[in-house]
Design a protein around this ligand. Structure first.
Ligand code: NAD
Length: 315
Protein backbone atom coordinates (compact mmCIF):
# COMPACT_ATOMS: atom_id res chain seq x y z
CA UNK A 1 0.00 0.00 0.00
CA UNK A 2 1.27 3.42 -0.98
CA UNK A 3 1.21 6.47 1.26
CA UNK A 4 1.62 9.72 -0.67
CA UNK A 5 2.06 13.19 0.75
CA UNK A 6 1.11 16.44 -0.97
CA UNK A 7 4.81 16.99 -1.69
CA UNK A 8 5.11 13.58 -3.40
CA UNK A 9 2.06 14.35 -5.55
CA UNK A 10 3.20 17.87 -6.42
CA UNK A 11 6.40 16.39 -7.91
CA UNK A 12 4.39 13.95 -10.06
CA UNK A 13 1.30 15.77 -11.31
CA UNK A 14 1.15 18.56 -13.88
CA UNK A 15 -1.85 20.79 -14.52
CA UNK A 16 -2.08 19.46 -18.09
CA UNK A 17 -2.48 15.97 -16.67
CA UNK A 18 -5.05 17.05 -14.09
CA UNK A 19 -7.10 18.69 -16.86
CA UNK A 20 -6.95 15.51 -18.97
CA UNK A 21 -7.99 13.40 -15.94
CA UNK A 22 -10.95 15.64 -15.08
CA UNK A 23 -12.16 15.80 -18.68
CA UNK A 24 -11.89 12.02 -18.89
CA UNK A 25 -13.96 11.67 -15.69
CA UNK A 26 -16.76 13.74 -17.21
CA UNK A 27 -16.63 11.70 -20.45
CA UNK A 28 -17.18 8.61 -18.30
CA UNK A 29 -19.99 10.40 -16.50
CA UNK A 30 -21.62 11.10 -19.89
CA UNK A 31 -21.21 7.41 -20.80
CA UNK A 32 -22.97 6.45 -17.57
CA UNK A 33 -20.10 4.26 -16.40
CA UNK A 34 -19.77 6.07 -13.10
CA UNK A 35 -21.15 5.30 -9.65
CA UNK A 36 -21.25 8.40 -7.47
CA UNK A 37 -23.44 8.54 -4.36
CA UNK A 38 -24.39 11.99 -3.08
CA UNK A 39 -21.77 13.80 -1.04
CA UNK A 40 -22.56 13.36 2.64
CA UNK A 41 -21.72 16.39 4.78
CA UNK A 42 -21.69 17.00 8.52
CA UNK A 43 -21.86 20.68 9.47
CA UNK A 44 -19.76 21.49 12.54
CA UNK A 45 -21.52 24.77 13.21
CA UNK A 46 -19.85 25.39 16.57
CA UNK A 47 -16.50 25.70 14.78
CA UNK A 48 -17.78 27.09 11.44
CA UNK A 49 -16.67 23.99 9.57
CA UNK A 50 -17.91 21.05 7.55
CA UNK A 51 -16.64 17.54 6.90
CA UNK A 52 -17.75 15.67 3.77
CA UNK A 53 -17.39 12.12 2.49
CA UNK A 54 -17.05 11.80 -1.30
CA UNK A 55 -16.95 8.27 -2.79
CA UNK A 56 -17.00 7.32 -6.48
CA UNK A 57 -16.22 4.45 -8.83
CA UNK A 58 -15.18 4.95 -12.46
CA UNK A 59 -15.83 1.65 -14.23
CA UNK A 60 -13.78 2.30 -17.37
CA UNK A 61 -10.79 3.83 -15.59
CA UNK A 62 -11.15 1.07 -12.98
CA UNK A 63 -10.65 3.29 -9.98
CA UNK A 64 -12.55 3.57 -6.73
CA UNK A 65 -11.65 6.43 -4.44
CA UNK A 66 -13.19 8.05 -1.39
CA UNK A 67 -12.24 11.49 -0.21
CA UNK A 68 -12.77 12.96 3.24
CA UNK A 69 -12.65 16.73 3.03
CA UNK A 70 -12.89 19.37 5.73
CA UNK A 71 -13.66 23.02 5.00
CA UNK A 72 -12.80 25.36 7.89
CA UNK A 73 -12.79 28.98 6.65
CA UNK A 74 -11.50 30.34 9.99
CA UNK A 75 -8.40 28.12 9.88
CA UNK A 76 -6.07 30.62 8.13
CA UNK A 77 -6.26 32.74 11.32
CA UNK A 78 -4.74 29.75 13.14
CA UNK A 79 -2.15 29.34 10.40
CA UNK A 80 -3.95 26.25 9.11
CA UNK A 81 -5.46 25.67 5.65
CA UNK A 82 -9.20 26.17 4.97
CA UNK A 83 -9.43 23.04 2.82
CA UNK A 84 -7.95 19.77 4.15
CA UNK A 85 -8.45 16.34 2.56
CA UNK A 86 -7.40 12.70 2.42
CA UNK A 87 -8.15 10.21 -0.34
CA UNK A 88 -8.32 6.42 0.02
CA UNK A 89 -7.92 4.53 -3.26
CA UNK A 90 -9.25 0.96 -3.29
CA UNK A 91 -8.60 -1.77 -5.87
CA UNK A 92 -12.07 -2.44 -7.34
CA UNK A 93 -11.08 -6.04 -8.14
CA UNK A 94 -10.17 -7.12 -4.61
CA UNK A 95 -11.36 -4.35 -2.30
CA UNK A 96 -7.79 -3.98 -1.01
CA UNK A 97 -6.52 -0.49 -0.22
CA UNK A 98 -4.05 0.62 -2.91
CA UNK A 99 -3.12 4.04 -1.58
CA UNK A 100 -3.65 6.64 1.11
CA UNK A 101 -3.12 9.99 -0.52
CA UNK A 102 -2.94 13.40 1.02
CA UNK A 103 -5.94 14.97 -0.74
CA UNK A 104 -5.29 18.65 -0.15
CA UNK A 105 -3.08 19.18 -3.20
CA UNK A 106 -5.21 16.84 -5.35
CA UNK A 107 -8.30 18.88 -4.37
CA UNK A 108 -6.67 22.13 -5.42
CA UNK A 109 -5.43 20.58 -8.69
CA UNK A 110 -8.74 18.95 -9.64
CA UNK A 111 -10.69 22.11 -8.74
CA UNK A 112 -8.35 24.15 -10.90
CA UNK A 113 -8.60 21.51 -13.62
CA UNK A 114 -12.41 21.61 -13.79
CA UNK A 115 -12.25 25.37 -14.29
CA UNK A 116 -9.72 24.69 -17.07
CA UNK A 117 -11.99 22.14 -18.76
CA UNK A 118 -15.02 24.44 -18.55
CA UNK A 119 -13.01 27.40 -19.88
CA UNK A 120 -11.88 25.33 -22.88
CA UNK A 121 -15.53 25.11 -23.91
CA UNK A 122 -16.94 28.39 -22.64
CA UNK A 123 -14.25 31.11 -22.61
CA UNK A 124 -13.34 33.09 -25.70
CA UNK A 125 -10.37 31.60 -27.53
CA UNK A 126 -8.64 34.99 -27.56
CA UNK A 127 -9.00 35.58 -23.79
CA UNK A 128 -5.93 37.46 -22.51
CA UNK A 129 -6.83 38.77 -19.06
CA UNK A 130 -8.13 36.80 -16.07
CA UNK A 131 -9.26 38.03 -12.67
CA UNK A 132 -9.40 35.93 -9.54
CA UNK A 133 -11.34 36.77 -6.40
CA UNK A 134 -9.61 35.27 -3.39
CA UNK A 135 -5.86 34.78 -3.17
CA UNK A 136 -5.95 31.55 -1.19
CA UNK A 137 -5.03 27.98 -1.99
CA UNK A 138 -7.67 27.27 -4.64
CA UNK A 139 -7.07 30.61 -6.40
CA UNK A 140 -3.53 29.50 -7.29
CA UNK A 141 -4.52 26.36 -9.18
CA UNK A 142 -7.44 28.23 -10.73
CA UNK A 143 -5.20 30.72 -12.51
CA UNK A 144 -2.65 28.00 -13.33
CA UNK A 145 -5.42 26.01 -15.08
CA UNK A 146 -6.70 29.04 -16.98
CA UNK A 147 -3.18 29.83 -18.15
CA UNK A 148 -2.89 26.20 -19.31
CA UNK A 149 -5.94 26.38 -21.60
CA UNK A 150 -5.79 30.01 -22.77
CA UNK A 151 -2.99 32.34 -23.76
CA UNK A 152 -3.37 34.56 -20.69
CA UNK A 153 -1.03 37.57 -20.48
CA UNK A 154 -2.28 39.22 -17.27
CA UNK A 155 -3.90 38.07 -14.05
CA UNK A 156 -5.65 40.46 -11.64
CA UNK A 157 -6.24 39.42 -8.05
CA UNK A 158 -8.49 40.86 -5.37
CA UNK A 159 -8.56 39.72 -1.76
CA UNK A 160 -9.63 41.89 1.19
CA UNK A 161 -6.60 40.55 3.09
CA UNK A 162 -3.92 42.59 1.38
CA UNK A 163 -0.94 40.58 2.63
CA UNK A 164 -2.49 37.38 1.18
CA UNK A 165 -2.93 39.10 -2.18
CA UNK A 166 0.68 40.40 -2.08
CA UNK A 167 2.03 36.88 -1.50
CA UNK A 168 -0.15 35.59 -4.35
CA UNK A 169 1.31 38.21 -6.70
CA UNK A 170 4.86 37.31 -5.77
CA UNK A 171 4.36 33.52 -6.02
CA UNK A 172 2.13 33.37 -9.09
CA UNK A 173 4.01 35.88 -11.24
CA UNK A 174 7.08 33.65 -10.78
CA UNK A 175 5.16 30.43 -11.37
CA UNK A 176 3.23 31.55 -14.46
CA UNK A 177 5.83 33.94 -15.87
CA UNK A 178 3.22 36.64 -16.57
CA UNK A 179 2.09 39.90 -15.01
CA UNK A 180 0.01 39.40 -11.83
CA UNK A 181 -1.52 42.58 -10.44
CA UNK A 182 -3.08 43.17 -7.03
CA UNK A 183 -6.23 45.31 -7.31
CA UNK A 184 -7.50 47.57 -4.55
CA UNK A 185 -11.21 47.07 -5.18
CA UNK A 186 -13.41 44.31 -6.52
CA UNK A 187 -14.87 46.56 -9.22
CA UNK A 188 -11.44 47.66 -10.43
CA UNK A 189 -10.27 44.03 -10.54
CA UNK A 190 -12.96 43.05 -13.03
CA UNK A 191 -12.49 45.88 -15.50
CA UNK A 192 -11.54 44.59 -18.98
CA UNK A 193 -11.24 40.98 -17.83
CA UNK A 194 -12.08 38.13 -20.22
CA UNK A 195 -12.28 35.43 -17.54
CA UNK A 196 -13.35 35.88 -13.91
CA UNK A 197 -12.88 33.27 -11.22
CA UNK A 198 -14.42 33.42 -7.76
CA UNK A 199 -12.44 31.27 -5.30
CA UNK A 200 -13.37 32.82 -1.98
CA UNK A 201 -14.81 31.83 1.39
CA UNK A 202 -17.39 34.62 1.07
CA UNK A 203 -21.07 33.85 1.64
CA UNK A 204 -22.21 36.95 -0.27
CA UNK A 205 -21.69 38.01 -3.92
CA UNK A 206 -18.15 39.23 -4.54
CA UNK A 207 -18.77 40.47 -8.08
CA UNK A 208 -21.69 42.29 -9.72
CA UNK A 209 -23.17 41.73 -13.17
CA UNK A 210 -22.96 45.43 -14.06
CA UNK A 211 -19.15 45.40 -13.69
CA UNK A 212 -18.66 42.70 -16.32
CA UNK A 213 -18.36 42.86 -20.10
CA UNK A 214 -20.81 40.90 -22.18
CA UNK A 215 -18.32 38.37 -23.45
CA UNK A 216 -16.84 37.43 -20.09
CA UNK A 217 -16.66 33.86 -18.85
CA UNK A 218 -17.08 33.33 -15.09
CA UNK A 219 -16.06 30.27 -13.08
CA UNK A 220 -17.55 30.20 -9.58
CA UNK A 221 -15.86 27.59 -7.43
CA UNK A 222 -15.94 28.85 -3.84
CA UNK A 223 -19.45 28.46 -2.41
CA UNK A 224 -21.06 25.08 -1.83
CA UNK A 225 -23.75 25.63 0.79
CA UNK A 226 -27.36 26.51 -0.16
CA UNK A 227 -27.15 29.86 1.66
CA UNK A 228 -23.71 30.85 0.28
CA UNK A 229 -23.04 32.46 -3.07
CA UNK A 230 -20.32 34.45 -4.85
CA UNK A 231 -22.36 35.70 -7.82
CA UNK A 232 -25.35 38.03 -7.75
CA UNK A 233 -28.76 37.10 -9.15
CA UNK A 234 -28.36 39.29 -12.26
CA UNK A 235 -25.12 37.51 -13.24
CA UNK A 236 -26.87 34.14 -13.16
CA UNK A 237 -30.08 35.40 -14.78
CA UNK A 238 -28.24 37.03 -17.71
CA UNK A 239 -25.78 34.18 -18.41
CA UNK A 240 -25.56 30.94 -20.28
CA UNK A 241 -25.11 28.70 -17.21
CA UNK A 242 -23.27 25.38 -17.14
CA UNK A 243 -22.87 23.34 -13.93
CA UNK A 244 -20.65 20.43 -12.94
CA UNK A 245 -23.56 18.27 -11.78
CA UNK A 246 -27.20 19.32 -11.75
CA UNK A 247 -28.29 17.20 -8.78
CA UNK A 248 -25.35 18.33 -6.65
CA UNK A 249 -25.88 21.97 -7.60
CA UNK A 250 -29.60 21.72 -6.77
CA UNK A 251 -28.66 20.48 -3.30
CA UNK A 252 -25.72 22.73 -2.52
CA UNK A 253 -25.20 25.78 -4.74
CA UNK A 254 -26.60 29.03 -3.35
CA UNK A 255 -25.38 30.71 -6.56
CA UNK A 256 -28.22 28.88 -8.34
CA UNK A 257 -30.63 28.12 -5.47
CA UNK A 258 -30.99 31.75 -4.31
CA UNK A 259 -31.99 33.15 -7.77
CA UNK A 260 -34.38 30.15 -8.10
CA UNK A 261 -35.94 30.93 -4.72
CA UNK A 262 -36.26 34.59 -5.67
CA UNK A 263 -38.17 33.49 -8.79
CA UNK A 264 -35.63 35.21 -11.09
CA UNK A 265 -34.75 31.97 -12.93
CA UNK A 266 -36.30 28.54 -13.38
CA UNK A 267 -34.46 25.21 -13.44
CA UNK A 268 -34.57 25.29 -17.28
CA UNK A 269 -32.28 28.31 -17.16
CA UNK A 270 -29.35 25.93 -16.60
CA UNK A 271 -28.15 25.29 -20.12
CA UNK A 272 -26.00 22.19 -19.58
CA UNK A 273 -23.91 20.01 -17.30
CA UNK A 274 -20.19 19.78 -18.00
CA UNK A 275 -20.59 16.20 -19.26
CA UNK A 276 -22.87 17.48 -22.06
CA UNK A 277 -20.08 19.76 -23.32
CA UNK A 278 -17.23 17.23 -23.12
CA UNK A 279 -19.32 14.53 -24.81
CA UNK A 280 -20.33 16.91 -27.62
CA UNK A 281 -24.03 16.52 -26.71
CA UNK A 282 -24.27 20.32 -26.39
CA UNK A 283 -22.10 23.09 -27.77
CA UNK A 284 -19.93 25.37 -25.64
CA UNK A 285 -19.55 29.07 -26.46
CA UNK A 286 -21.29 30.03 -29.70
CA UNK A 287 -20.58 33.25 -31.65
CA UNK A 288 -23.72 35.06 -30.35
CA UNK A 289 -23.14 34.15 -26.71
CA UNK A 290 -22.64 36.85 -24.09
CA UNK A 291 -21.81 36.16 -20.47
CA UNK A 292 -21.18 32.51 -19.60
CA UNK A 293 -21.04 31.06 -16.09
CA UNK A 294 -19.64 27.75 -14.92
CA UNK A 295 -20.70 26.81 -11.41
CA UNK A 296 -18.93 23.94 -9.67
CA UNK A 297 -19.51 22.58 -6.19
CA UNK A 298 -16.97 19.81 -6.83
CA UNK A 299 -17.78 16.13 -7.38
CA UNK A 300 -16.04 12.92 -6.34
CA UNK A 301 -15.21 11.66 -9.86
CA UNK A 302 -12.71 14.52 -10.20
CA UNK A 303 -10.77 13.17 -7.21
CA UNK A 304 -10.89 9.54 -8.31
CA UNK A 305 -9.71 10.34 -11.83
CA UNK A 306 -6.85 12.59 -10.71
CA UNK A 307 -5.83 10.06 -8.02
CA UNK A 308 -5.68 7.40 -10.74
CA UNK A 309 -3.54 9.70 -12.91
CA UNK A 310 -1.09 10.07 -9.99
CA UNK A 311 -0.95 6.31 -9.39
CA UNK A 312 -0.46 5.63 -13.13
CA UNK A 313 2.64 7.79 -12.99
CA UNK A 314 4.10 5.68 -10.18
CA UNK A 315 3.12 2.19 -11.40
N1 NAD B 1 -15.75 23.81 -5.95
C1 NAD B 1 -14.90 22.97 -5.40
O1 NAD B 1 -14.73 21.85 -5.87
C2 NAD B 1 -14.08 23.41 -4.21
C3 NAD B 1 -12.95 22.67 -3.82
C4 NAD B 1 -12.19 23.11 -2.74
C5 NAD B 1 -12.56 24.26 -2.06
N2 NAD B 1 -13.67 24.93 -2.45
C6 NAD B 1 -14.09 26.17 -1.78
O2 NAD B 1 -13.26 27.21 -2.24
C7 NAD B 1 -13.21 28.26 -1.27
C8 NAD B 1 -11.76 28.71 -1.13
O3 NAD B 1 -11.00 27.66 -0.58
P1 NAD B 1 -9.44 27.87 -0.25
O4 NAD B 1 -8.95 26.52 0.16
O5 NAD B 1 -8.78 28.57 -1.37
O6 NAD B 1 -9.55 28.86 1.00
P2 NAD B 1 -8.48 29.97 1.47
O7 NAD B 1 -8.89 30.33 2.85
O8 NAD B 1 -7.12 29.49 1.22
O9 NAD B 1 -8.74 31.20 0.48
C9 NAD B 1 -9.96 31.93 0.46
C10 NAD B 1 -9.62 33.39 0.24
O10 NAD B 1 -10.83 34.10 -0.06
C11 NAD B 1 -10.66 35.41 0.44
N3 NAD B 1 -11.93 36.13 0.47
C12 NAD B 1 -12.93 36.06 1.39
N4 NAD B 1 -13.92 36.93 1.05
C13 NAD B 1 -13.54 37.54 -0.11
C14 NAD B 1 -14.13 38.52 -0.96
N5 NAD B 1 -15.32 39.05 -0.69
N6 NAD B 1 -13.46 38.91 -2.07
C15 NAD B 1 -12.26 38.38 -2.38
N7 NAD B 1 -11.64 37.45 -1.61
C16 NAD B 1 -12.27 37.03 -0.48
C17 NAD B 1 -10.04 35.18 1.82
O11 NAD B 1 -9.46 36.35 2.33
C18 NAD B 1 -9.03 34.08 1.49
O12 NAD B 1 -7.74 34.59 1.18
C19 NAD B 1 -13.81 27.67 0.01
O13 NAD B 1 -15.09 28.23 0.21
C20 NAD B 1 -13.93 26.19 -0.27
O14 NAD B 1 -15.07 25.63 0.34
C21 NAD B 1 -14.43 24.54 -3.52
Amino acid sequence: MLILSDQDIAKLLTMEEAIIAVEQAFKEYANETVDMPDRSTIMIEKHNGSISLMPSYLQTAQVQATKIISIYPDNPRKNLPTTIAWIIVIDPETGMIKAFMDGTYVTAMRTGAITGVAAKYLARKDAKTATVFGAGVQARTQVWAIKTVRDIEQVNVYDPIKSTARKFVSDMSKKLGIEVIQKESAKEAVYGSDIIITATTSSKPVVKREWMDNKTHVSAIGAFYPNYRELDTATIAESKVVVDDLDAVMREAGDILIPLKEGEITRDHIYAELKDLVSGEKSGRLPGDGLTVFKTVGVAIQDASVAKMVLNKIE
